[in-house]
Design a binder for this molecule. Sequence first.
Ligand SMILES: Cc1ncc(C[n+]2csc(CCOP(=O)(O)OP(=O)(O)O)c2C)c(N)n1
Length: 325
Amino acid sequence: MDTKLRAILPDHDLLKMYEQMVLCREFEESCAEQYTKGHITGFLHLYSGQEAVAVGSTRALHKDDYILSAYREHAQAIVRGAEPKRVMAELFGKATGLCKGKGGSMHLFDPDLSFMGGYAIVGGQFPIAVGLAFAAKFRQEGRIAACFFGDGAVNQGNFHEGLNWARLWELPVLFVCENNLYGIGTEVHRSSALADIHKRTCGYEVPSTQVDGMDVMAVYQAIKYAAEWVREHNSAYLVEAMTYRFRGHSMADPGKYRSAAELELWKSRDPLPNFGKRLIEEEIAGQTQLDAIRKEAVAVVQEAVRFAEESPWPEDAEVYNDIYV
Ligand SMILES: Cc1ncc(C[n+]2csc(CCOP(=O)(O)OP(=O)(O)O)c2C)c(N)n1
């Protein structure tokens, strides 16, 4: 793989990717603050540390390719195009939220962006991704379903059923495992007989690869290759991105099961400063420009919080609308 940034993407795209990673980090850190203030309630799972996966992947997909994720999905939605202020308002439970305040942190959804959720049930996204890919193939739309999930989801029956159907019916599903080494407090080696998740597709003859999920360009290149493979062959592929979450599983988790040394090691691999350093080294941006990008991201997030705070609560009459039970 080519290692010079400019040989892979134009400057504008590279800077946009940096901007998106910074925006996601600022957004998540602001969510943590709003949670401690009691403005966001319920469960809150933050993505800090994993930004390279959402940003590198989304850049490699077509705009109308479906994206599905789990409950750590704020960044996935924002990078796909959801307005940060509407995502923040959703987390606050306000009527102006992405899902009118009815979904909350774990159930972001926007069909106009082909962003098909946000699933709190571990592995809940697999059958939906397979169904969307089936529909896309049937209608000859040329789009694929990119299904993101954690290492904790691969022992769910849904994962294996999804791989089986996608391979058997030759459906365009791109499985992307965000292996951050833990399912809540359980290390992947303690829950999976074969911890190399990309190797687990061999039972279905689904091709797969592993990539450094802390390197946004490596993710971009791996997903670009895999997505085109899926599109061309109308069949499934799995990418395992090795990554790490800097915070606990949720805001309720102090993360005591990890050593300080482990956390520090992964923080030294933080995708944001490392990508910023490369942008400077390869003379794509200067430090002043990167500082301006951060300043702008902070302003966008502050505006999102202000918008969420000032937005109205949903009307009582709304309570039974959009409910399918
Ligand atoms: C079917 C189901 N079983 C159990 C849970 C409880 N649970 C919530 S998150 C989680 C761990 C999932 O870890 P992983 O898939 O690795 O994602 P990560 O949190 O690391 O992003 C579990 C077991 C659930 N939500 N759904």
